[in-house]
Design a protein around this ligand. Structure first.
Ligand code: DGL
Length: 268
């Protein structure tokens, strides 16, 4: 039993797609979310910089007593999770593009992957591809401008469509039937993506699988919260805290009534 919180981090709002799944699956758990929006995006920065940014957020979450850490960011997972696991004696859960379920479900044998430039560059992605997508054709596409759209809360409408169309069109032409959302920000664009692809593609968001893994580790390490007290939900940001609050209120409708606190972090 442990009343300590589960810590969840991302470069910005994207990891909230994981937060909502963890909260649904483990409703008694205290959750601390950190949006590193002051330094978003991570996906185009040099690797050592992404490692440094991720490490300081993890240190912050550990200073808050977190019992388990979720790197709800494909980019940061690829760059940092191995070194962080070797450094800290705490369970870590990361995320990576869902190539395995995509390969299993694909009928056309062509899989589309949208992710950040850093995710595609990483060794982790290449291993994932070799192990889980051998024999499949992959159309990989960096999601230029998509993280910025989500950070600005522009999830629907003409601007979102204009950015998405040229990224998705080659996948429609290439007969993709499984589209892997390889950045935690992208599930917030699902509605607009579905408008473009109709029934032709199934969208894969790894967040439910990530939350299952969190549940497994909580059981394995006997870390569950007793549930005697109402859980708390704390949100921190290195960027615009009002924007984070608005994003949470507008885009997590199922969790709208939960009590939440928001705090900007300047130096940590
Ligand atoms: N949300 C992050 C991911 O899953 C990255 C966004 C960024 O580029 O900062 O990859």
């Amino acid at each position: 039993m442990s009343e300590a919180a589960i810590g969840i981090m991302d470069s910005g709002f994207g990891g909230l797609s994981v937060w909502r799944e963890v909260q649904k699956r483990l409703p008694s758990e205290n959750l601390i979310y950190f949006a590193d929006s002051g330094f978003c995006p991570y996906g185009t920065r040099p690797e050592d910089e992404v490692f440094g940014l991720t490490h300081r957020v993890i240190r912050f979450l550990i200073s808050k007593g977190c019992k388990l850490l979720v790197i709800a960011c494909n980019t940061a997972t690829g760059v940092a999770i191995q070194r962080l696991r070797a450094t800290y004696d705490l369970p870590f859960v990361g995320m990576e593009p869902a190539l395995k379920p995509a390969s299993e479900a694909s009928k056309t044998g062509v899989i589309g992957v949208l992710a950040t430039e850093n995710t595609f560059k990483g060794e982790r992605f290449h291993k994932n591809k070799e192990i889980h997508a051998a024999g499949k054709e992959l159309i990989v596409q960096p999601g230029y401008g998509l993280v910025e759209l989500v950070e600005e809360g522009k999830l629907n409408g003409a601007e979102a469509r204009e950015k998405l169309e040229p990224l998705i069109q080659p996948m429609l032409e290439g007969n993709v039937d499984q589209l892997v959302l390889g950045c935690s920000h992208y599930p917030f664009l699902s509605k607009e993506i579905k408008e473009l692809v109709g029934e032709r593609m199934n969208l894969l968001d790894p967040a439910p699988a990530v939350s299952k893994q969190v549940e497994r580790l909580i059981e394995q390490y006997q870390l569950a919260n007793s549930g005697d007290q109402e859980p708390y939900f704390k949100f921190f940001s290195s960027g615009d805290i009002v924007a984070l609050r608005q994003f949470v209120e507008n885009n997590l409708p199922e969790q709208r009534t939960l009590p939440k606190s928001f705090e900007k972090v300047l130096v940590f």
